[in-house]
Design a protein around this ligand. Sequence first.
Ligand SMILES: [Fe+2]
Ligand SMILES: [Fe+2]
Length: 374
Amino acid sequence: MRSPIQAHSIGLPTDRRSFLKKGVATAGAATVSSGLFGKALPVFPKEDERSGKLRKGDAAILRFLAAAEILETDLWQQYNELGGIQDSEVPGGSGSPLYTAALAQLDSDMAQYIHDNTEDELTHEVFINAYLASKGADIVDLDKFRTLPSSKASGAQQIGRLTNLMQLSVDTTWWTRYRSGTKNPDFGDTFPQAVPTLAVGHHPAIPRTDADLSPSDHLQAIANTAGFHFGTIEQGGTSLYPSVAQRVSNVEVLRIVLSIGPTEAMHFQTWQDKAGNAPALTDPTDPTLVFPNLNTTPGGEDFQTNLIMPEPTVFLSHDLPACSIVRPTNTKGVAMGALQFLTASGLFLGQSKEFFAFLRDLAEDADDARREGD
Ligand SMILES: [Fe+2]
Ligand SMILES: [Fe+2]
């Protein structure tokens, strides 16, 4: 058994592709990419996706999670290159001092947290694919879709990306969802936005060019957007894992899902605390974008910034007592729901039809998975 300290000292593979190829060669598995990215797109020969020693549903759930983690890694890497700590654990960028300073308005440790969240996602991605490969199952490789442009701001690598952080519509309903003591999205309840103007239009969460580095309130609006987007992404992971876990059959696969999922919740908890520190301001270059002081506008318990623990609310039945829980955790259609949520945010703006078809296929297969005996 490897101790946490030893595991940390081993560090991350700096080249995930060579790591993954090594894993695949060891396990003798084919990649989804080689089999499915042929000219027949967007029609996918589903039967070609191999489950190896895993149950079909378990492999499908893990493949969707691998895809989600690859996408998470891609967006977090973009944040880290400009606003995180640059080191061998998370290599790539050279940092944007002004953007990093704007993020630090939310917490002086933001750069460390961004770095560590990025590293965590990379390990999730690499681990799940390596586990699939170790069981002789097909893995997920999205490299073909790394076609979106990088930020042109100083500090960012100029490489193809999977995700777009420069035109986001950030849903902030998680803020009020976790503060409500009477509602739960699994009962069809809806929730008000914390920052309504951030949920509409297209807003950069990273500087697009060095022109975005001034005036200072504009750059702060970009950092605030990132600060809320961090919570939006990680609350999604916080719900996704317990939602799919309900349809996993194998105990070891369940252990993987139950061990990664709560780290998403740890990220989310950190980010929702920091988002509450986002300075109140109006973006001088886009006066429609307003970050209110949530303690006064609108104020009240559904918006109070230090209420960061999940408020107990209705769970499973209105006849049962209120419970402090992750919400939502409904399992039906959760993979497609997650894909639609991310798509609606603008995260994939500019991506190809083939990209969406491929992810839809993975999501459908994950949603088709059934727990053995159910
Ligand atoms: Fe993750
Ligand atoms: Fe995450």
